[in-house]
Design a protein around this ligand. Structure first.
Ligand code: DGJ
Length: 737
């Protein structure tokens, strides 16, 4: 990795693993984007300037009209601001005390830093050589600092911006996105991800017209409707081939991401904190820091881009203490007993799994206060004497005695109106005075922009963690924010609320994760309502969806894996008929699909047959055998159930010595096509053994044969029967020569 500044041409060359990101300071002092893609040399790229004033009617640069200057509207910007002829979506806008919103930022100075400075109050990628580029407003003493970080083991560029007010007077930020760049070409597709409860992670690919496409969240959660992620694709880019330029925000609240095609043949990508219903007062002398955006490039299609993100996040984002360590294989109480989590129901469930290899019991919702259903008790983090008359200790000791770890559920950001907490502090719940607050799942959101509320939350959760031997925490967040309002903020600061909520959340996470470094945290938000890199910074895995139906999970996990490594995606085997879809799929299928992530179980294990319990043993053993691939491997998505009757994912070890494939035929059809899947990422010259015990299959094939000829999905079971619907086929591939 290297960051290099060529003085003569005023060009910055940022070089990460296999990538170059290049921009220059043009003759007006404005940073212009040249290139982001496959690694190239340090060529002089200013020949790509088009000295073109722009269309008639477009303004030129102030003071430069006679100097051959061109309009801001045609600059290929690294940062952009409204005014002076810039009519595209800009990445920054502010208001001075006199109401003016006019800026004109130009290069002032830069520094190359060996290590990226931490972002104030925000999670970000760790480490990496960093360029800090400072631009000064020609109209004032405002500064913006653009940060770029590169890594030698990841094909990503991490970017954020800091806005510094040196004017001596307060100013108002109206928009402060994390990044902007104008990519050459006006004929791209945009890959975005649509989310809905129990249907998270649906990829959508669409051409970008002139004008712009925007995905956003206004709910102060990151993934209730859209994900803070998208990818710019060439028309011919596929899962395996072609250019894919990804963007992912390390942010958990209301965001926006935009792609805009201009008339000059460029596509502008920009985004960050959603500026809808957002302003930020920046007092004199203070600095505002945006969340970080992670830009990735791969020439190996969408799959290549995913692998770059997976490597980057495993190496530089997720807690290094846990990222590569064995993940708890849990038995979770939620779908087993829902709110009925009494010891007499739980202990038999724990007994049943003893000896299966399941190593962690997680006590989900319902253990505290008056929380016997979702109507009451949220916020009262005291063990319910009604449910656990002797406290949690006997259950925890029981779990530990069975050789398992103990996990517990919290929803720290919420309160039921019917709770002691709400009765004592009604003003701690978010609401606008004189109005009825919006209730969702019978709960309100705590105003964690306030320090007193944060202190309560941290202490209430810490007390339980201190007083009990807890190894694991599941952190839930079941509703969106509906009122963008804090009783603690003055009127002129109200539109800061959503961002302050994110900062409050990160403060709580930092204090709890930092205060209990041995506890493993899992994120959750009514399923996958807040699945983003910021949460992953604190919690190494996130519950991807409340939908545990294996068929739906093939889609949800497929979409989630576009940006996040399998080890980040929490997946459970549950009972059938499935509680969300009423679908019945084979027990083995449920486990095989759950094993393509941080696996676990979530069912009443006293209600399954002894044969199924025996199967659990085999399943967990199989998972443990493939766990190193889930934690560290390269992911190849081979088949996609959104488009076809098939699903297949393959994980390959970095040294290509070992691979695992799980494939599924959704509907079984008589006299069906002879379906093959085409593995990837193997060593062409090596010889591998390909094993599927269920189908008595053991082949010895070269990597080249496996990848080019493909593997056949059996049409009949080993004893000659039709396999039935939703049957999985797993292949263990081991290098033997
Ligand atoms: C929503 C989560 O996604 C579920 O797994 C479960 O924890 C419930 N909340 C509990 O209320």
């Amino acid at each position: 990795m290297a960051i290099y500044f060529e003085k003569e041409t005023k060009t910055f060359f940022l070089e990460g693993k296999n990538i170059s990101y290049i921009f220059g300071i043009n003759f007006t002092g404005f940073p212009e984007h040249y290139y982001f893609g496959e690694r190239i040399g340090r060529d002089e790229l200013s020949y790509t300037y088009e000295a073109n004033i722009g269309d008639s009617g477009e303004a030129a640069i102030p003071g430069e009209i006679h100097a051959g200057g061109k309009s801001y509207n045609v600059y290929r910007s690294e940062f952009s601001f409204y005014g002076n002829g810039e009519f595209r979506e800009c990445s920054f806008q502010m208001m001075f005390k006199n109401g003016s919103r006019l800026n004109d930022f130009r290069y002032e100075t830069h520094e190359i830093l060996a290590e990226k400075p931490a972002l104030a109050g925000l999670p970000s990628m760790r480490g990496g050589e960093t360029l800090k580029l400072t631009l000064k407003d020609m109209n004032s003493e405002m500064r913006v600092h653009l940060f770029y970080t590169v890594y030698d083991d990841a094909a990503v560029v991490a970017r954020h911006m800091e806005v510094e007010n040196r004017t001596g007077e307060p100013v108002k930020i109206l928009r402060a996105y994390s990044f902007a760049l104008d990519v050459y070409g006006n004929n791209h597709d945009l890959l975005t991800i649509e989310n809905a409860w129990a249907r998270e992670g649906k990829p959508e690919r669409t051409p970008i017209p002139h004008g712009f496409i925007c995905v956003d969240e206004k709910s102060a959660s990151s993934t209730r409707r859209h994900s803070p992620a998208f990818a710019l694709l060439n028309k011919d880019t596929t899962e395996e081939h072609g250019a894919a330029l990804g963007v992912n925000l390390i942010y958990s609240a209301s965001f926006t991401l935009k792609a805009e095609v201009s008339s000059k043949g460029y596509t502008r990508l920009t985004g960050g904190i959603n500026d809808f219903d957002f302003t930020w007062e920046l007092p004199a002398g203070e600095t505002f820091t945006t969340p970080e955006a992670v830009l990735a490039y791969s020439g190996e299609g969408v799959g290549g881009m995913s692998r770059e993100y997976h490597d980057a996040y495993r190496a530089h984002l997720i807690n290094p203490r846990f990222v590569k360590a064995h993940r708890p294989v849990v038995i979770n109480s939620w779908e087993a007993v829902y709110f009925g989590c009494t010891p007499d129901r739980l202990l038999p469930i724990i007994d049943a799994v003893s000896g299966t290899g399941i190593d962690t019991f997680v006590l989900d919702d319902g253990w505290f206060g008056a929380r016997r259903n979702d109507r009451a008790g949220l916020g009262d983090w005291v063990v319910s004497p009604e449910v656990f008359p002797e406290g949690l200790a006997p259950v925890i000791d029981y779990v530990h005695g069975a050789g398992m770890k103990f996990g517990i559920w919290f929803e720290p950001e919420m309160v039921n109106p019917d709770s002691d907490l709400f009765r004592a502090h009604p003003d701690w719940a978010i609401s606008v005075p004189g109005t009825e607050p919006c209730v969702s799942r019978r709960q309100l959101v705590l105003d964690i922009t306030r320090t007193d509320v944060r202190d309560y939350v941290v202490e209430a959760v810490s007390k339980i963690l201190r007083e009990n031997k807890i190894d694991y925490v599941k952190w839930d967040f079941n509703r969106a924010l509906t009122e963008n309002f804090s009783r603690a903020l003055p009127a002129e600061n109200q539109q800061e609320m959503h961002h302050r909520y994110a900062l409050g959340l990160y403060d709580i996470c930092q204090r709890l994760v930092g205060g209990f470094p041995n506890i493993f945290f899992e994120g959750c938000a009514g399923g996958g309502g807040r699945f983003d890199p910021a949460i992953l910074y604190y919690f190494p895995q996130i519950w991807a969806s409340d939908d545990t139906d294996a068929y739906m999970r093939t889609q949800i996990q497929y979409g989630t894996s576009l940006f996040y490594p399998l080890s980040a995606i929490s997946c459970h085997t549950s009972i059938c008929p499935n509680h969300q879809t009423s679908r019945t799929v084979p027990f083995k299928t449920r486990a095989d699909i759950a094993h393509l992530g941080a696996t676990g179980y979530e069912l009443d294990t006293t209600k399954i047959t002894p044969e199924e319990l025996e199967e659990v043993k085999v399943q967990v053993a199989e998972y443990k055998e493939m766990e190193d691939l889930v934690l560290n491997g390269d992911l190849y998505r081979l088949e996609n159930t959104f488009d076809s009757n098939y699903f297949a994912m393959q994980i390959v070890s970095k040294d290509k010595a070992k691979a695992h494939i799980t494939a599924m035929r959704a509907l079984c059809r008589p006299n069906d096509e002879h379906k093959r899947i085409f593995p990837r990422g193997l060593d062409k010259k090596a010889v591998y053994e390909v094993v599927n015990n269920e189908y008595d299959l053991c082949l010895r094939l070269s990597g080249a044969a496996i990848m080019n000829v493909g593997l056949v999905l059996p049409l009949k079971t080993a004893d000659g029967k039709m396999p039935g619907d939703f049957r999985t086929f797993t292949f263990r591939i081991t290098k033997v020569e």
